[in-house]
Design a protein around this ligand. Structure first.
Ligand code: UDX
Length: 436
């Protein structure tokens, strides 16, 4: 099928490349000239495992194209995905819809025959109706079109694999002809036995928010529980394991840490609170989830201060800056909160991340912050280490060497990545989250 994807962020790029890989002819459209020139030159603007090879392969075989020409991109395709950002806006923490509305306006301006408009961005319930209205307002002919909702559930760091092996595909569609076309488009997934759930448009829009909010709730619940585990000498890792074995609960997204970050959970939980308030429904649970998460991001500081009373002039090494492993994304990352706290305390910060360093350098600048190219030089001469992101490579470091190179071997493992016994045996004064 001929498909246009508007927006070349995580969602748009992975979706576009994935659909091309399934044999469709895909054009990715973006207003950002520089991004499109980069993509046309074969450069991927984000770090996402496997994405580069899928993009290169499909660019080479001519199934994947990149353009800034809205008119051409919209006219040529019968299926148009909207994959633009919906960042948090203003004091009320609602979703900023300006990019969605601008995409809808362009579709209205250039629509030339029957089209299915698929909304993949995370948008407040009822957005499809607004998109429909804006297209109609800008339309200069009577071409028919249908707006459907097909929310995206991919995770950064595993996005390409998530596209190929989704837990489910949700399609909110209220029109018979569009449903038939989309059944055909998503047939490859049906063959792979991936469940496809058809529902009405508003339910699909709600499923996306509800899923992210539920996962965020699980994490905040475990994070609060971790503080109680510390007080009562229980081990939160074993507690989550024991809970997860109950098939009604399941084992995923029960890891206590330093709080969730990224471009979705914080923003979507807040946007759902806004929707609940706007509709005069109680939003207490989700408000608590969000504030528990903000609190959790500040929990590393008291932990390191318990090991080193006065941080003034001391060097603290941070391992991991990205909001989670396998990404260079630092949006809402707990590392940002921690660096600010440490600098305020008068500490010198040395930090290392396998891929997120450049983004951190762009986001914050302190005389007392030094980003290094390897973990050993970050730890060398430091008084304490705080492990913030659970990159796999941090499991394999030579901690004996690191211990010897430190001034005082204090270690706060905020992701419970390492074995407390082993770390203590090596001479570390080791503390973690929710473990005795
Ligand atoms: C999330 C959703 O999972 C995905 O379906 C949606 O499309 C986009 O938002 P993403 O933000 O990429 O994906 O990352 P995810 O793996 O879900 O992790 C989110 C945050 O939760 C990270 O900061 C992670 O460290 C944290 N987390 C996750 C925990 O603290 N504990 C856990 O057990 C799991």
């Amino acid at each position: 099928m001929k498909i246009t994807v508007i927006g070349t962020g995580y969602v748009g790029l992975v979706n576009g490349a994935g659909l091309a890989d399934l044999g469709n002819e895909v054009t990715c459209l973006d207003i950002d000239d520089e991004k499109i020139s980069q993509l046309n030159a074969g450069k991927i603007p984000i770090y996402e495992p496997e994405l580069e090879s899928v993009v290169k392969k499909n660019k080479k075989n001519g199934r994947l194209k990149f353009t800034t020409n809205s008119k051409e991109a919209i006219e040529q395709s019968s299926i148009i995905y909207i994959c633009v950002g919906t960042p948090t806006s203003g004091n009320d923490k609602s979703a900023d819809m300006s990019y969605i509305f601008s995409a809808a306006k362009d579709i209205g301006t250039y629509i030339n025959d029957y089209k299915i408009i698929i909304n993949k961005s995370t948008v407040p319930v009822g957005t499809a109706d607004q998109v429909k209205r804006i297209i109609k307002e800008n339309q200069t002919n009577d071409s028919e079109f249908v707006v459907v909702s097909c929310p995206e559930f991919l995770k950064e760091g595993t996005a390409v694999n998530d596209f190929r092996n989704p837990d489910r595909i949700v399609i909110g569609v209220d029109d018979k002809k569009a449903k038939e076309i989309l059944t055909e488009l998503y047939k490859p997934f049906e063959t792979l036995n991936k469940p496809i759930l058809f529902c009405n448009v508003r339910s699909a829009e709600m499923i996306k928010y509800a899923s992210n909010a539920m996962l965020a709730t699980r994490i905040s619940f475990m994070n609060e529980l971790s503080a109680l585990c510390e007080k009562l000498n229980a081990d939160v890792k074993m507690v989550s394991k024991g809970m997860g074995l109950d098939s009604r609960i399941g084992s995923k997204f029960l890891q206590a840490g330093l709080g969730y970050g990224g471009s979705c959970f914080p923003k979507d939980a807040r946007a759902l609170v806004h929707m609940m308030r706007e509709n005069e429904c109680s939003s207490g649970i989700l408000e608590a989830v969000d504030s528990a998460n903000e609190r959790q991001k500040t929990r590393a500081l008291p932990k390191i201060k318990k090991l080193i009373d006065d941080l003034e002039g001391k060097t603290i090494c941070i391992l991991g800056l990205a909001f989670k492993p396998e990404t260079d994304d630092i949006r809402e990352a707990p590392s940002l909160v921690l660096i600010n706290q440490l600098v305020k305390e008068g500490a010198k910060v040395t930090a290392y991340d396998p891929v997120a360093s450049e983004n951190i350098k762009k986001a914050i600048k302190y005389d007392n912050l030094k980003i290094t190219n390897d973990p050993y030089s970050a730890a060398d001469g430091s008084h304490g280490i705080i492990l913030v992101t659970e990159w796999n490579e941090f499991k394999e470091l030579d901690y004996k060497r690191i211990q010897k190179s430190m001034k005082t071997a204090c270690f706060v493992d905020c992701r419970n990545l390492l074995d407390p016994e082993e770390m203590r045996k090596m001479g570390f004064i080791y503390s973690s989250i929710g473990r005795p």
